[in-house]
Ligand binder design. Structure first.
Ligand code: ADP
Length: 179
């Protein structure tokens, strides 16, 4: 499913983000960029050790929550991996919506800086970090739509949802946006 914003598309797909051939894929990293399970483990396994070597070298202090940093993509099809740090869900009154939105917009900004016309995101913070899926769908898609409305780039933003439940949550919000 797709929604157009200016000259850009927001698109949903189900599956494994490591198979995406967009210019950039986004990793749901932790603030130490230390590697972990979930999508982070999958990206480092599929992309090979050069990704961690580069982030260790360039970002020894890690990356703050709500921000993102770029690396090359090793053996992956994408050109870049943007390592975004989403918030841990603590009940919603600790700035989680703003931090989640800023994790997404930091990546979209990096996409423009690195001349990427396409980018694929996982559902940041909805795994180990515990962000409720329906709220994450609303806050993430609103941040993406608002960014594209303002900057009209990158041309394609694809959300790659790993499981059917997450796909359903994002699809309901995107359908509402299409109306
Ligand atoms: P976080 O710590 O930000 O919550 P996780 O990696 O635990 O990050 O989970 C984020 C989301 O990524 C979850 O919805 C999880 O199901 C999903 N996910 C896990 N592996 C993959 C993958 N290979 N491709 C896309 N999404 C994935």
């Amino acid at each position: 499913m797709q929604v157009r914003v200016n000259n850009c598309l927001i698109e949903l797909a189900q599956g494994d983000i490591t198979h995406q051939d967009t210019d950039a894929i986004v990793n749901a990293a932790n603030s130490r960029l230390a590697g972990g399970g979930g999508v982070d483990g999958a990206i480092h396994r599929a992309g090979g050790p050069s990704i961690m070597e580069e982030t260790d070298r360039k970002y020894p202090a890690g990356c703050p929550t709500g921000a993102a940093v770029a690396s090359a993509a090793g053996d992956l099809k994408a050109k870049y991996v943007f390592h975004a740090v989403g918030p841990v869900w603590k009940g919603g009154l600790s700035g989680e919506p703003e931090l989640l939105a800023s994790a997404y917009t930091s990546c979209l900004q990096l996409a423009i800086e690195h001349d990427c016309s396409s980018i694929a995101f996982p559902a940041i913070s909805t795994g180990v970090y515990g962000y409720p899926r329906d709220l994450a769908a609303e806050h993430s898609l609103t941040a993406i739509r608002d960014f594209l409305a303002e900057y009209d780039r990158p041309q394609l933003v694809r959300l790659v949802l790993f499981d059917p439940g997450a796909y359903g949550a994002f699809a309901r919000v995107l359908e509402d946006m299409a109306e």
